[in-house]
Write a protein that binds this ligand. Structure first.
Ligand SMILES: Cc1cc2nc3c(=O)[nH]c(=O)nc-3n(C[C@H](O)[C@H](O)[C@H](O)COP(=O)(O)OP(=O)(O)OC[C@H]3O[C@@H](n4cnc5c(N)ncnc54)[C@H](O)[C@@H]3O)c2cc1C
Length: 416
């Protein structure tokens, strides 16, 4: 069923009795051409592009819970392509371009809103760093504007410009950045994949990976054995655990990242603003709540909830930037498990096991990558080799030393 103004009008006249479920609740078949493990945004996008771009439709997405129960439905919805290193920038810009046509492409309202992402700077050194990143972006044909203090004031007059320790000097703005409704993105990809024949199998945890003669042959699941000669692992925060089923030890650590939503208020923040002197960022949802977050919890965990010291740290950052935040009540707070890679950049690649492919290492920012991650991973699985766009997001870079250290933070960027 196509969604359009006509179907909406028709259903309005029929008491909305004719809407069909957006995707089938498929039961697993004994075998598929390819199996995707993980029904988050990236797994569903991979299945969608495998079917759409490569004509592979005898595939299943296996999700241990319900789709979107992981980080796909837990993130703070920011999309952007403001990276410095070429290996990252061309990938994230591909994602931004896919976002720009996504809703028409998969015929679903994902509330993609290009309201702008502004990174504030607070010192001359930070301005120079941001100028360099902005120039890098422009060299890739990506929009970037360096604003001075007056430019930022014109957009956001109520920030604390006179903060004694961290006065705001300006910011790097990407106007094409913004937000999208996170779970709608998972639903849109699910519906689009389902319409092309993909089986989306929920409550189907993968508990084993069958490897014979160095090649993958199938997976053990909570709903029985499923044979497949191609298996893609897209398990975000559970990556280490699932990859260990194939005997792989990865440069990935799992950490909790928290998000917060305040009570609803009148329109205050048009776009996304990030504090440059602490880990804090904020936007406002269409319902009026301020949506904000900060740093990861500093210890390894698989729990989808966070600790109080980080709550305190985020609130400190928030009130330093926006003192009026102190008068708001926080309505909701939750955590998601992040797959932190050891250079801060993702991995979309083959593995040493034939037919087994890996997509992980999304750190703080895999939501914005969702379309390109699916697009590139689908190419990698279908063709058996990476596309040029994900050619630097390789697994062996941790052995060869060709790291993508975007922040220049060195090893363990998760602890900086
Ligand atoms: C609080 C928070 C804020 C964030 N904010 C942003 C942001 O503003 N912008 C941004 O770009 N990114 C953000 N992120 C990061 C982003 O959400 C993730 O990087 C991205 O969603 C990860 O990809 P995914 O959607 O496929 O993950 P998930 O939705 O986590 O999908 C992985 C799936 O694998 C399933 N799974 C695990 N093990 C198994 C198994 N054995 N068998 C079957 N299925 C299994 C899980 O149940 C899960 O559904 C944020 C994350 C969090 C937690």
């Amino acid at each position: 069923m196509m969604y359009s103004i006509f179907s909406l009008a028709r259903e309005a006249l029929r008491g909305h009795a004719g809407w069909k479920p957006a995707w089938r609740d498929a039961a697993p078949k004994p075998s598929y051409d390819a199996v995707i493990v993980g029904g988050g945004g990236h797994g569903l996008a991979t299945a969608y592009y495998l079917a759409k771009e490569h004509g592979l439709t005898n595939i299943a997405v296996l999700e241990k819970s319900y789709i979107g129960s992981g980080n796909a439905g837990r993130n703070t919805t920011i999309i952007r392509s403001n990276y410095l290193l070429p290996g990252n920038e061309r990938f994230y810009e591909k994602s931004m371009q896919l976002w720009e046509g996504l809703e028409q492409d998969f015929n679903y309202n994902a509330m993609v809103s290009q309201r702008g992402v502004l990174n504030l700077y607070h010192s001359d050194a930070q301005r120079d760093m941001y100028a360099r990143r902005g120039n890098g972006m422009r060299l890739h044909g990506v929009d970037a504007e360096l604003l001075d203090e007056a430019g930022v004031r014109a957009m956001y007059p109520y920030l604390d410009y006179a903060n004694a320790r961290f006065p705001i000097r300006g910011g790097l703005l990407q106007r094409r950045g913004g937000t999208a409704r996170h779970d709608a993105v998972a639903w849109g990809f699910a519906r689009g994949a389902d319409r092309r024949g993909v089986d989306i199998v929920q409550n189907c945890e993968v508990t084993g990976i069958n490897i014979e003669g160095g090649a993958v042959r199938g997976v053990e699941t909570a709903r029985g054995y499923i044979a497949a000669n191609k298996v893609g692992l897209v398990c975000a925060g559970s990556t280490s655990r699932v990859a260990s089923l194939a005997g792989l030890r990865l440069p990935i650590e799992s950490h909790v990242l928290q998000a917060f939503v305040s009570e609803g208020i009148k329109p205050l923040i048009d776009g996304v603003v990030t504090f440059g002197a602490g880990h804090f960022y904020v936007s406002q949802s269409d319902k009026g709540g301020l949506v904000f977050g900060g740093d990861i919890d500093g210890y390894n965990s698989y729990a989808q909830r966070g600790s109080l010291p980080v709550v305190e740290d985020v609130m400190e950052g928030g009130t330093a930037l926006l003192p009026m935040l102190g008068r708001l009540r926080v309505l909701r707070q939750w955590g998601g498990v992040m797959d932190m890679s050891m250079d801060g950049s993702p991995i979309i690649d083959r593995t040493p096991i034939a037919g087994l492919y890996l997509n992980c290492g999304w750190c703080y920012g895999g939501f914005k990558a969702t379309p390109a991650s699916g697009w590139c991973f689908a190419h990698t699985i279908a063709r058996g080799e990476p596309h040029v766009i994900n050619s630097e997001l390789r697994l062996d870079r941790f052995a060869t030393g060709a790291l993508l250290d975007e922040r220049g933070a060195g090893a363990q960027p998760n602890l900086h």
